[in-house]
Design a protein around this ligand. Sequence first.
Ligand code: SAH
Length: 370
Amino acid sequence: MSEDYSPLETIIREKINANGSITVADYMELALGHEKHGYYMCRDPFGEVGDFTTAPEISQVFGELMGAWLAAMWQQLGQKEMLLVELGPGRGTLLTDALRATRHVQGFHESLVITMVESSLQLRRFQQATLASAHPRISWQPNLDDLPDMPLLFVANEFFDALPIRQYIKNDAGLQERHVSIDQESDELQFITQAMGVQLVKGGTHTQDHDDDVIVESCPVGRQIAAQLAAHLAEYGGAGLMVDYGYSGESRGNTLQAVKQHGFWPVLKSPGEADITAHVEFDMLAQSFAEVGCVASEVTQQGEFLNAIGGEMRLEALLTEADADQRESLYSGYERLIAPEQMGELFKVLGVCSDDTIPMPGLVSEVNVS
Ligand code: SAH
């Protein structure tokens, strides 16, 4: 029977058969990160022939503006030697554009030591091919462990959305967790609700106002990575930029989704062959930095941010040097990044800095009222 399934689905089924249902986080972790068959481990998912297209792949202006932001923060932080970390660099396009756009910023490149944090060996190879000659001090590692003791600049685009989430369900029965198991009748993978032995007071603050089940998500790995970055900023100083699709404020319920060949795809179908993501809870990220005394910006829409840091001017400059075809793609690319009905509103930007006297370009520093 197992020969009907992909190798990864077979592994997931064996695990469930042996030990019972698995959490949504375990499922996501295997589907994306299984060392041999995980989605990011064995393919190039980006671009028209892939499954989805990210901002740096849509327009060079995106990476260029990220570079300008990082260089401006480096200047304000005292033009010191700094570590530049990119988390989840994909094809390496963002950093390529960022370095090209900042090559004339005096002393900037010379001050940098670059670390690319990438868990996929396959994508690491793409990044190395693209970036090998872009900077003399660039290295790769799979996580944030053992970073050198120096001030830090970091950038993460569509990274936190790829980290495994857990999903909890609040209803009259109390608090439960969403798991993945196998339906005995249809033999399909299915979501189930698993009791956690946590009851809530009926009519209490946790259950009132809701007739239906409420799904609450948490991203423990994202929280841990944000805490690691925050601790580094607090100790050595620095700044960072996180861009992703996500929300601020009230939880949005179930945001788990899968995408294959630019269309939505059932989350439990053919694990390892589709990208699975969840919306990023930006307040959780901001809080991780605020907790250790760093300043976090207001969560800002991508369109607003890119325009505020000179996106239109950069586009104009590129348009004047372009031929008719290039002009069309430059214009439509930038439009896709900023238009509210495309990526402009859904995608959010959060900036953080160790020093609350330094203004972050294009962002408003959140006043910490606590
Ligand atoms: N930033 C890129 C790619 C986004 S896709 C872009 O904007 O185009 C997510 C990236 O994060 C991929 O490179 C993936 O391999 C990487 N990734 C996912 N989980 C990771 C983890 N736990 N640690 C390190 N990298 C991870």
